[in-house]
Design a protein around this ligand. Structure first.
Ligand code: NAD
Ligand code: UGA
Length: 471
């Protein structure tokens, strides 16, 4: 029997996942805790537009459940003590220094969460890995928990079961994905614990969608799933380049191959390369694991997916420079979209960071716009990347922000579309052509504009993977 559930980590996964669980399991209490006080304050903000995560449908859920059976707090130790089940949903980024830097997952937040659980849990506690983790991390968690038990008095009733329950939600569709997932994966050895977790999901998910495996299959399936998805994007992006040289159109190619039911039509949209906090880190983590097991050919195979992604971003930047006469100094370029995909305010690993930095390195003057990412966040993200990974001086770069596309485009030489926001699909190109500097260009790295409308307005168009318009 469980009554109270704690989730460590109130991020993009912890917040929405617990909101849906709270909604579907009204008799249980959910406490989402985080070390980040500012984030918790935002989750508790009365103004639902100030939540730390933007997801369609999230505001309504928070409004319904918050302070009923869903609580956000920084009271980590007391929430752990009271919990019968604890989800670990903390960040697992790539290590930046030390052994495995640039590839291995940094597990310091998982370890610190496990230690806090070990110290503060009471009675029997089911510990659930929600974060995406290298295979065999459950062993690390188990070891930390069992060391703690050694220090307990003989009559202590403290016991633990560890399960893996990876999350497959995608940002922008998180609530829909959580409400109607393709599958729920539970890995573990303790059948009673598996049943307890399964019961939560059975509140709204049909049993046939709940897959139970051993711990290691579950951990590896999550990494593999992301690797396969990212591989499809790199595959279609590689073909987009061939289209541009041959007169083929990538949208027609995607449609044609996607109709083969063995291939399927999802994840065949070409673009400026995958971004987001997970694909790159999870593939590199897989690569690192392979190298540890001396599976070097396997490591190289998966590493290529990331290399192709980097190449796609670079190639778009080079095309922009080439079309603008090889020179960007004294040129104004409007960057439409900074989020790593539409319908999210997440900018982690966004292609925009990389392409914009390369354009700035050519002395371009950039104006940024994004409907859900504010100037502060763009500035921080750009500053962070430029200061850590380039020799450019952020303060010397020509960066500005604007809310209005038409105002931003006054005297601009080019508009570059990097996020597929709906509002960028049908701009008034004839008005834009009148206010831009000649010859005006649109670089559509998402393939979303109506090419006839753009071209009829007199604006030059480059569209990703469209060999039909590229002379
Ligand atoms: P996030 O950075 O948005 O949130 C993680 C939160 O954990 C942060 O707010 C951080 O302050 C908190 N935290 C870290 N250590 C803590 C501790 N010891 N105690 C309390 N709080 C702590 O990360 P996220 O995007 O929610 O991702 C979490 C995990 O889920 C990662 O492993 C990620 O790979 C995986 N995942 C993410 C997504 C996604 O769409 N973002 C989808 C599926 C899986
Ligand atoms: C991805 C997976 O889709 C989720 O299943 C997984 O849970 C999550 O990673 C995770 O582990 O973090 P997410 O990164 O939120 O979700 O978003 P996706 O929709 O997968 O998009 C990732 C990137 O690929 C975006 O930059 C997107 O623009 C790009 N993409 C996606 C394409 O370029 N083409 C496509 O056809 C699909």
């Amino acid at each position: 029997m469980i009554n109270k559930i704690c989730c460590i980590g109130a991020g993009f996964v912890g917040g929405p996942t617990m909101a849906v669980l709270a909604n579907k399991c009204p008799n249980l209490e959910f406490n989402v805790v985080d070390i980040n006080k500012e984030k918790i304050e935002k989750w508790n903000n009365n103004n639902l537009d100030e939540l730390p995560v933007y997801e369609p449908g999230l505001k309504d859920l928070i409004n319904k459940q918050r302070n009923k059976n869903l609580f956000f707090s920084t009271e980590i130790t007391s929430c752990i003590s009271e919990a019968d089940m604890i989800f670990i949903s903390v960040n697992t980024p790539i290590k930046t220094t030390g052994i495995g830097a640039g590839q291995a997952s940094d597990l310091k937040w998982v370890e610190s969460s496990s230690r806090t659980i070990a110290e503060n849990a009471k009675g029997h506690t089911i510990v659930v890995e929600k974060s995406t983790l290298p295979v065999r991390t459950a062993k690390v968690i188990k070891d930390i928990l069992s060391f703690a038990l050694k220090n307990e008095s003989i009559d202590s009733k403290k016991t633990f079961s560890v399960l893996s329950n990876p999350e497959f939600l995608a940002e922008g569709t998180a609530i829909e994905d959580l409400t109607n997932p393709d599958r729920i994966l539970i890995g573990g050895e303790d059948l009673a614990a598996i049943e307890t977790l399964k019961k939560l999901y059975l509140n709204w998910i049909p049993e046939e969608k709940i897959v139970c495996t051993n711990l290691w299959s579950s951990e590896l399936s999550k990494l593999t799933s992301n690797a396969f998805l990212a591989q499809r994007i790199s595959s279609i992006n590689s073909i987009s380049a061939i289209c541009e040289h041959t007169g083929a159109d990538i949208q027609e190619v995607s449609l044609a191959i996607g109709l083969d039911s063995r291939i399927g039509d999802k994840f065949l949209k070409t673009g400026p390369g995958f971004g987001g906090s997970c694909f790159k880190k999870d593939i590199l983590n897989l690569v690192y694991l392979c190298k540890q097991f001396n599976l070097n050919e396997v490591a190289e195979y998966w590493e290529k997916v990331v290399e192709m992604n980097n190449w796609q971003r670079k190639r778009i930047y080079k095309i922009i420079v080439e079309k603008l006469f090889g020179n960007l100094s004294e040129k104004k370029i409007v960057i439409l979209g900074f989020a790593f995909k539409a319908n999210t305010n997440d900018t982690r690993e966004s292609a925009a960071i990389h392409i914009a930095t390369d354009l700035l390195s050519e002395s371009a003057s950039l104006v940024f716009l994004d409907p859900k990412v504010n100037d502060k966040q763009i500035k921080e993200e750009m500053n962070n990347y430029i200061s850590n990974y380039t020799s450019l001086k952020f303060s010397e770069l020509k960066i500005s922000f604007c809310d209005d596309i038409y105002e931003a485009s006054q005297d601009a030489d080019a508009i570059v579309i990097l996020t597929e926001w709906d509002e960028y699909k049908n701009l008034n190109w004839s008005n834009l052509s009148k206010i831009m500097r000649s010859p005006p260009w649109v670089f559509d790295a998402r393939g979303i504009v109506n090419k006839k409308n753009v071209r009829n307005s007199g604006i030059n168009l480059w569209m990703i993977g469209d060999g039909t318009i590229i002379e």
